[in-house]
Design a protein around this ligand. Structure first.
Ligand code: ZL4
Ligand code: CA
Ligand code: ZN
Length: 373
């Protein structure tokens, strides 16, 4: 397949992001963002885009969505204070999945600052595609941490894009439901959200096909619930028709794509069976449509594959072909024993039948038919 045309790309990266550490045994590893950066460097991609260090998001930036008291708490909490048994830890759900760790506030500022700056860059017209692999933390709520996410950088970026665009489309291919973003825009037609996710006895438990928004936002939230084992071909048969219809009807001024890599085959927490090509086909879809595009990270817990995935997706927007033989890079040993870019899907059973996928697609297209044109 021919590469899409090269785009003007701005890439946001803070050299400190890889130093943060959630907790021993915790699956979320910010180090994967540094691994991605090193792979971009080794593949020669950094010369082909604007590399920008994001300004750290301020308290004021964050309270455009989050509650003041929650932000104050995040700013002041430390592991030492947490040890004394702080009552606010439970209230704000900063425990277990979302632990207090050293530098938590700085980490939040970096992740959110990257997505905000990337959105502003698209608004200015200086970039056609902007990337923040440290972002995509889609579960965070107005006044509550959730699912490894403290600040919802996706929501903050969308609010920024709404300054210059009448309509913004948010698409979420992380294996988990993009509940925090959906909730933030559930009653408005200025943001359409679409999440594809595993549904049924799986975190966070929301995102049924019948959850379509309320009031003015009715039909502007789209949910595609899925079962284990979905492969590239099955994913393409649902993504293409649903997204084509949304693009045609909604005509967004900008698109935010949350590229959570936990939907790949072999993920430590996920149970889908996508290859890099199947995952990146979702990026290609929007690159081919020439719409201002913000690419965010998200989940991804087999970190060698996260770096592979986001590097490959960066190459897709740059219109570069990458050799499958990986270049010598920092942490080269992580990529053994094969040292190939592409990953092999497994022989896992696909619990999504053509009939079930067709039925869900039909239910979603029916909802979209009721959108005013
Ligand atoms: C872990 O080993 O399903 C956290 C989380 C920490 C180390 C220390 C153990 C301490 C797996 C997960 C006990 C932690 C108990 N450690 C966590 C219902 C749960 C209640 C909390 O990709 N326990 C909650 C969240 C999901 C639940 C998924 C995806 C984020 C994203 C965007 C978030 N929470 C059960 C878990 C471990 C841990 C091992 C874990 N947590 C797996 N799945 C969850 O969508 C970034
Ligand atoms: Ca999702
Ligand atoms: Zn996820």
């Amino acid at each position: 397949m021919a590469s899409p045309a090269a785009h003007r790309v701005s890439y946001y990266y803070d050299t400190d992001v890889g130093n943060f550490y959630y907790a021993q045994g915790h699956p979320m590893k910010p180090y994967r963002v540094r691994m991605t950066h090193n792979l971009l460097l080794s593949y020669g991609m950094l010369d082909r885009m604007d590399i920008l260090a994001p300004p750290r998001a301020s308290e004021r930036d964050m309270t455009r969505f989050h509650a003041d008291e929650y932000i104050n708490f995040l700013k002041t909490i430390t592991p030492e204070i947490a040890l004394e048994g702080q009552p606010f830890l439970r209230r704000f759900n900063v425990q277990d999945d979302c632990p207090v760790f050293d530098g938590l506030w700085d980490f939040c500022q970096i992740a959110a600052g990257g997505s905000l700056a990337a959105a502003a860059r698209l608004n200015s017209g200086a970039a056609e595609v902007a990337i923040n692999w440290a972002g995509g933390l889609h579960h965070a709520k107005k006044a509550e941490a959730s699912g490894f996410c403290y600040i919802n950088d996706c929501v903050l970026a969308i609010l920024e894009l709404l300054k210059t665009h009448a309509r913004v489309l948010y698409v979420d291919i992380d294996i988990h439901h993009g509940d925090g973003v959906e909730e933030a825009f559930y009653s408005t037609d200025r943001v359409m959200t679409a999440s594809f996710h595993k549904f049924g006895d799986y975190f966070p438990g929301t995102g049924a096909v019948g959850d379509v928004g309320v009031g003015r936002g009715r039909a502007y939230s789209i949910n595609f619930p899925l079962k284990d084992g979905i492969d590239d071909d099955s994913y393409a048969t649902i993504f293409e028709p649903v997204m084509s219809r949304i693009m045609e009807w909604y005509r967004p001024g900008a698109v935010v794509l949350q590229c959570g890599a936990d939907s790949l085959a072999g993920d430590r927490l996920g149970c889908f069976n996508l290859s890099l090509r199947g995952h990146a086909a979702c990026v290609d879809f929007f690159v081919a449509r020439d719409v201002p595009l913000l690419l965010l990270g998200g989940g991804g817990y087999t970190i060698r594959n996260v770096a592979r995935c986001w590097s490959y997706e960066t190459s897709r927007v740059l219109g570069m072909e990458l050799p499958d033989d990986m270049p010598i890079t920092e942490n080269f040993e992580f990529y053994g024993p094969d040292f190939r870019l592409h990953i092999q899907p497994s022989n896992a059973y696909n619990h999504n039948t053509p009939e079930s996928l067709h039925a869900t697609t039909g239910a979603i297209l029916d909802v979209l038919r009721n959108l005013p044109s």
